[in-house]
Ligand binder design. Structure first.
Ligand SMILES: [Mg+2]
Ligand SMILES: [Zn+2]
Length: 167
């Protein structure tokens, strides 16, 4: 079975100005690409798990979101030759009471089924309590709550994953 690192997107991998709707405004934190390279080299699938309520609010179009994620993978490819393997997106508003918005584990569970991922060998990283809780509810080996936009805590999480993966 595969193993994966599930990751929140905004403020975990990229700065978020709020409802990014144009690829021009999307950049990655400069420490992210080399860290994702290390995870990929250790055999993890890289999965983005993101609440994008801007779609449900009519502020972001699906096509624009796809372009943003193409740009993200281009930036990663250019910087360290890695790709995000899956993007799992909740497009709903908080009051839609959908089945997929984090902290629900549905996005993680569906991706695990689709890609035959063993959650007990997998991890979650995010900057909000809802990210942390989604990881725990999905049953990953460990869920990491980092500080928004923070290089140090992101790297600490990656380090812990790489160590833990050896056991
Ligand atoms: Mg976030
Ligand atoms: Zn949803």
């Amino acid at each position: 079975m595969a193993k994966a690192v599930f990751m929140d997107r905004d403020e975990t991998l990229n700065p978020d100005s709020g409802y990014i709707s144009d690829p021009k405004h999307f950049t990655l934190f400069n420490w992210v690409a080399p860290e994702l390279r290390r995870l990929k080299d250790a055999g993890f699938l890289l999965v983005v798990v993101s609440n994008q309520s801007g779609i449900g609010r009519g502020l972001i179009q699906w096509d624009a979101l796809r372009e943003i994620h193409l740009k993200m993978n281009q930036l990663l490819a250019d910087a360290s030759g890695v790709q995000i393997d899956e993007f799992a997106i909740c497009p709903h508003k908080p009051d839609d009471e959908c089945e997929c918005r984090k902290p629900k584990p549905t996005l993680i569970l569906n991706t695990a089924l689709k890609r035959s991922i063993d959650l007990k060998q997998s991890f979650m990283i995010g900057d909000r309590k809802s990210d942390y809780e989604a990881g725990v509810a999905a049953g990953v080996k460990e869920s990491f709550l980092i500080h928004p936009g923070d290089e140090h805590s992101f790297k600490m999480a990656v380090e812990a994953i790489l160590k833990s993966g050896l056991s």
